[in-house]
Write a protein that binds this ligand. Structure first.
Ligand SMILES: Cc1cn([C@H]2C[C@H](O)[C@@H](COP(=O)(O)OP(=O)(O)OP(=O)(O)O)O2)c(=O)[nH]c1=O
Length: 191
């Protein structure tokens, strides 16, 4: 359906991002993303963090890019108040993160970077997600069963905790899962 003059490359190790991009019926190839330093300046506004990291991921690819290639990178963070939550290091941190999200509305921002040798487009998309008050038992059960250490904010909306815990959502659901595919479709159509 989508015909780009570029060979599209998704630079991501995430199987979820692969599935999400496949959902817009575009031909693409997946390349592994090298380990990059995901740190960011402490003074950076919280809503710019995901965009900043997605650009770092894209920068890692630039030197190897051919003229006919377009690379897509992304980064997802959870923002609660003024705090940015990435992936939890262990059970303890996952528990702390889920307690912070319990009974509140938070933001999930995914930064996306589309890069060719001659052009760069980047944008961030934010979704508001509200959780009911989660009990200690629910939090412990979720962490024990689903091991959410590869997920920003220690949860996957597409997993049990999203089913039983999310009371409302404003914006793109797919953005929470890791890729704002509607916006990416629009951007690729213009390339
Ligand atoms: C909040 C939330 C995050 N996530 C995932 C999306 C991202 O894959 C992950 C955040 O980590 P990221 O660092 O954005 O990405 P990644 O390391 O998984 O993949 P990449 O190789 O592209 O850098 O959390 C969900 O799957 N569901 C959710 O509800």
């Amino acid at each position: 359906m989508l015909n780009s003059k570029y060979k599209i490359i998704l630079a991501s190790n995430s199987p979820r991002r692969r599935e999400l991009l496949a959902g817009i019926d575009v031909d693409f190839e997946v390349r592994v993303i090298p380990d990059i330093d995901e740190s960011y300046p402490p003074s950076l506004p919280v809503d710019q963090v995901a965009g900043f990291i997605s650009q770092k991921k894209a920068d890692a690819y630039l030197p190897t890019l051919h003229d006919d290639e377009l690379v897509i990178t992304a980064d997802t963070v959870v923002i609660v108040g003024q705090e940015v939550l990435g992936k939890p290091a262990d059970e303890e941190e996952a528990r702390t993160m889920l307690h912070k999200l319990s009974g509140k509305t938070h933001q999930v921002t995914t930064g996306v970077c589309l890069v060719t040798r001659h052009h760069r487009e980047s944008f961030s998309v934010t979704t508001d997600v509200t959780f009911k008050t989660l009990s200690d038992d629910e939090i412990d059960y979720y962490i024990r069963t689903y091991r959410p250490f590869d997920k920003a904010g220690a949860y996957g909306i597409q997993e049990w905790i999203g089913y039983i815990g999310v009371t409302s959502l404003h914006g793109s659901y797919f953005n929470v899962m890791g890729l704002p595919v509607q916006r990416i479709y629009e951007a690729l159509n213009k390339c």
